[in-house]
Design a protein around this ligand. Structure first.
Ligand code: Z5A
Length: 209
């Protein structure tokens, strides 16, 4: 039985997921927790290779179904080889994106119906769900403005239109509205320190932090 905690960070690019995940990791480590900070797609050597393929390989077009299956292939490897063992030994796993991202990007962004996503999620996760998902939310224009200076490193998905990211954001918020207590929506337009306080409050509410 899992004794750790599985916390995911979600939102469109630029909302501050990596920043907040790093701050929470430090806070939890100071509280004496074993913390595993990881990300999707990726998180293990094989899953990181899948990440490089799905986000950066431009040798040929990637159909929507290919992108979707690569996301879930990486997730299955990551879940079994890193997340589940870490939780079983009591670690707190902080993950930059998980299955909500697939519903938002491949579902909301690319138009894959939920009915096609659900069986793949079930196959990849085998019953594992986050204990808490922190959805950092900000208007598309402000979130993208924070990261668009990066230029050259942009991946295939970062190059999408503002309309694509509007659909992604809308799907995240719609799922959050239906998810109940698992998903906490946090205003990501606030200063970093204020967002960190909101994150910490949500994590403390999980108990034993
Ligand atoms: N993807 C998918 O399509 N399907 C899936 O199932 C999964 C993923 C799992 C992975 O990107 C890509 O894969 C992603 C979705 C897709 N593509 N896109 N878009 P990623 O997760 O590795 O990278 P990202 O989403 O593009 O993250 P990011 O751009 O690094 O953004 P972030 O982590 O949310 O933000 P940050 O790096 O913490 O902060 C960005 C900048 O803002 C930085 O300069 C900070 O100093 C600054 N910042 C942070 N917080 C604040 C506040 N509060 N105020 C002002 N400035 C701030």
């Amino acid at each position: 039985m899992s004794t750790g905690r599985f916390i995911t960070f979600e939102g469109i690019e630029g909302v501050g997921k990596s920043t907040q995940l790093a701050l929470l990791a430090v806070a939890l480590e100071h509280a004496g927790r074993e913390v595993i900070a990881t990300r999707e797609p990726g998180g293990t050597p094989l899953a990181e290779r899948i990440r490089a393929l799905v986000l950066h390989d431009r040798s040929e077009p990637v159909p929507v179904a290919g992108e979707l299956l690569l996301m879930f292939a990486a997730r299955a490897v990551h879940t079994e080889n890193l997340i589940r063992p870490a939780l079983a030994r009591g670690a707190w796993v902080l993950c930059d994106r998980y299955t909500d991202a697939t519903y938002a990007y491949q579902g909301g962004g690319r138009g894959v119906p939920d009915g096609e996503l659900a069986p793949l999620a079930s196959l990849a996760q085998r019953g594992l769900e986050p204990d808490l998902t922190l959805l950092l939310d900000a208007p598309v224009v402000s979130a993208l403005a924070r990261v668009r200076g990066r230029g050259a490193g942009a991946d295939r998905i970062e190059g999408e239109t503002a309309a694509f990211f509007e659909r992604v954001r809308a799907r995240y918020l719609e799922r959050a509205g239906r998810a109940g207590a698992r998903v906490k929506v946090i205003d990501a337009t606030a200063p970093v320190e204020d967002v960190a306080v909101a994150v910490r409050r949500a994590v403390d509410a999980l108990g034993a932090a």
